[in-house]
Design a protein around this ligand. Structure first.
Ligand code: FE
Length: 368
């Protein structure tokens, strides 16, 4: 733990990149698996059959439907297991699984950020994965320390800058953005977003609460504009000259570059130096877990294992400009063009464990 780093071997793949269309308007699509059909499933299970199970796997997902549906179709094609997708944001999906209790149609929760996955685990919504396949495919640092969920793709939360005003040699790590030299030049997304809570949680783990609070206060003092509601607006603010430097997730940058290869903002891998605060670039996961009351836990496990396999990994990651969690799986040409980097190597479970502390700290520091 601490400051250990591992070199990412982030390669390439040649899969078509799906348009990572606007996430905003995710609609709640109805789930057809009623209690009646659940009973019917149970009857079907009781009848001996020579075919593999074709029980439906119902996923509650906060991921863009257009992004994952093609992959789920491929899973169904290969295994014969149908998948139903219920799409909404993570907090309402978790509240729904909790409210539905034993009657939940959800077999699996698919969402982003270890902070969210950890919350789902703490709420008692998930059961152990118990999968040797997942344990083999996914490095331990990207999995729940209680085996309640696993990462399936990686995103880096790093520094972006305006190359017309900032030289890369001026940049180093997250802590440095608190230096007065960045006064009136820094832009940040709201602290309400779990991505920033996870980043600050990782800093508390590395530097302790006192030093982290000092850093976060420094960020707030350096702000060039009020905090942004999302990473895309922040990157556009750098492009338009409103700020010179900011922190965002790598795939938002990838989405913009796909539309506009000349987008005038550059990516900088944070924390690559040899100083005490160079703890590598903060990396988070998207991931999944099997619900505690799943009626088809075997199907959910099969799907999660499939998503962690070589074939699915390349596609799942490249669908939204993310990095695979499985080592040795190539990444897209676009991601490879950003160069390799040392990641912060701490277990992502810590982002959840220190989430409440991070939220309180950001509040004390005046980070809105
Ligand atoms: Fe996001």
């Amino acid at each position: 733990m601490g400051t250990a780093k591992a070199t990412s071997k982030l390669g390439k793949n040649k899969y078509t990149l799906l348009s990572a269309a606007i996430v905003g308007a995710l609609t709640l699509v109805g789930c057809n698996k009623t209690d009646d059909t659940k009973a019917a499933d149970a009857d079907a299970q009781a009848t001996p059959t020579t075919e593999a199970s074709t029980d439906v796997v119902t996923i509650y997902s906060s991921r863009n439907e257009q992004l994952i549906q093609p992959l789920l179709d491929k899973f169904t094609e290969e295994t014969g297991t149908p998948v139903e997708l219920v799409t909404d944001k993570a907090p309402p999906l978790m509240a729904r699984i909790e409210a539905e209790g034993e009657n939940t149609p959800a077999d699996m929760l698919l969402t982003v950020d270890a902070g969210n996955l950890w919350q789902a685990g703490e709420m008692g919504l998930l059961q152990p994965l118990g999968s040797d396949v997942v344990n083999t495919n996914v490095p331990e640092k990207y999995r729940s320390s209680k085996d309640l969920w696993t990462g399936l793709s990686l995103r880096a939360r790093t520094i972006f800058y305006d190359p017309a005003k900032v030289d890369a040699s001026e940049l180093s790590n997250y802590a440095d953005l608190a230096d007065p030299k960045w006064k009136g030049r820094l832009c940040l997304r709201t602290s309400q977003k779990v991505y920033n809570q996870s980043l600050v949680a990782s800093m508390i783990e590395h530097f302790g609460a006192e030093r982290t609070e000092e850093i976060v206060k420094g960020w707030v003092e350096n702000l060039a504009a009020p905090v942004f509601s999302n990473d895309t607006k922040l990157l556009e603010a750098i492009a338009s000259g409103q700020c010179e430097v900011g922190i965002a997730n790598s795939y938002y940058y990838g989405r913009i570059l796909e539309e506009n290869p000349d987008f005038p903002v550059k990516i900088f891998w944070a924390g690559q130096g040899s100083g005490a605060e160079d703890t590598g670039t903060h990396v988070n996961v998207s991931g999944a877990g099997i619900t505690k009351n799943a009626s088809n836990p075997e199907g959910a496990r099969q799907l999660i294992e499939w998503l962690s396999s070589d074939t699915a990994q390349a596609k799942y990651a490249s669908a939204d400009k993310e990095f695979p969690v499985k080592e040795g799986v190539d990444e897209s040409d676009l991601l490879r063009s950003w160069g390799s980097f040392n990641q912060d190597d701490i277990n992502v479970t810590i982002f959840g464990q220190r989430q409440a502390e991070a939220v309180q700290l950001m509040d004390r520091a005046g980070y809105q």
